[in-house]
Design a binder for this molecule. Structure first.
Ligand SMILES: [Zn+2]
Length: 236
């Protein structure tokens, strides 16, 4: 009888662990520095988006590795990558299968006129389901997803992405209470639709706004933003 109880407990535990593909720890963080090479992204004066996204991403890599996370960078130098190449690189990574991968893309906003300001994070539009398997999908990811329907995967992925985006915004507001918080938005964005894992796209501020551009170029802001994002990951 005691054996039966132990077996039941084990079954319940493994059901909880495998009840959704995004339970367990984050075992890989894919950091995607927006733009690069011949694509500068948004430009204002001497500042280019591709340089800011790279230095923020390198700061985030350092912060996450110091906390023991496995990290993969879609780029760690000034090179051009197609959007699909970024997705394929993320989807083809192996990771510890007791956990799951997360994708974080770093971008900088811009507006005509230079008045707009603030911080926002994009998640995938949930009305747009994606197919989770492709030629670029790693064996680990395919195995991780093998017992779920596409609909389940879409629902789980959307939930974890939203939790991460909300946590990043919450932590950012605590760290930078005077910066306008534009919040979590949903967008029909290539790297969010094409990465088969919880994924968010951070717009760290407006390069077209002089005050925000100066702030984003500072080492201290870049370090603080890395801590904000790393703290949010640890809340998952
Ligand atoms: Zn961008």
């Amino acid at each position: 009888m005691r054996h039966l109880a132990a077996i039941m407990l084990l079954l319940v535990q493994s059901w909880i662990l495998w009840a959704n593909p995004y339970s367990g720890p984050v075992s890989l963080v894919v950091i995607d520095a927006g733009h690069g090479g011949r694509d500068p992204g948004a430009v204002s004066g001497r500042l280019e988006e591709k340089d800011l996204t790279l230095s923020i991403s390198l700061e985030l890599e350092r912060e996450l590795e110091a906390r023991g996370y496995e990290v993969y960078m879609t780029r760690d130098e000034d090179v051009f990558l197609e959007l699909q190449e970024r997705c394929d690189a993320a989807n083809s990574q192996d990771f510890d299968i007791s956990g799951y991968p997360v994708f974080i893309s770093i971008h900088i906003n811009s507006s005509a006129g230079g008045d707009a300001s603030g911080f926002e994070v994009y998640v995938r539009q949930t009305e747009r389901d994606v197919a989770f398997l492709s030629a670029a999908t790693s064996d680990t990811l395919a195995l991780k997803y093998s017992s779920y329907t596409n609909r389940q995967l879409n629902a789980y992925e959307a939930r974890v992405s939203s939790e991460l985006a909300e946590a990043i915004c919450r932590n950012f507001s605590q760290e930078f209470p005077r910066v306008p918080m534009r919040g979590v938005k949903s967008g029909d964005l290539w790297v969010l639709n094409g990465t088969w894992m919880p994924s968010v796209l951070v717009e760290a501020g407006f390069i077209s706004n002089d005050e925000e551009a100066d702030r984003m170029a500072s080492d201290s802001f870049q370090k603080q933003l890395a801590v904000v994002i790393a703290d949010a990951l640890q809340e998952l």
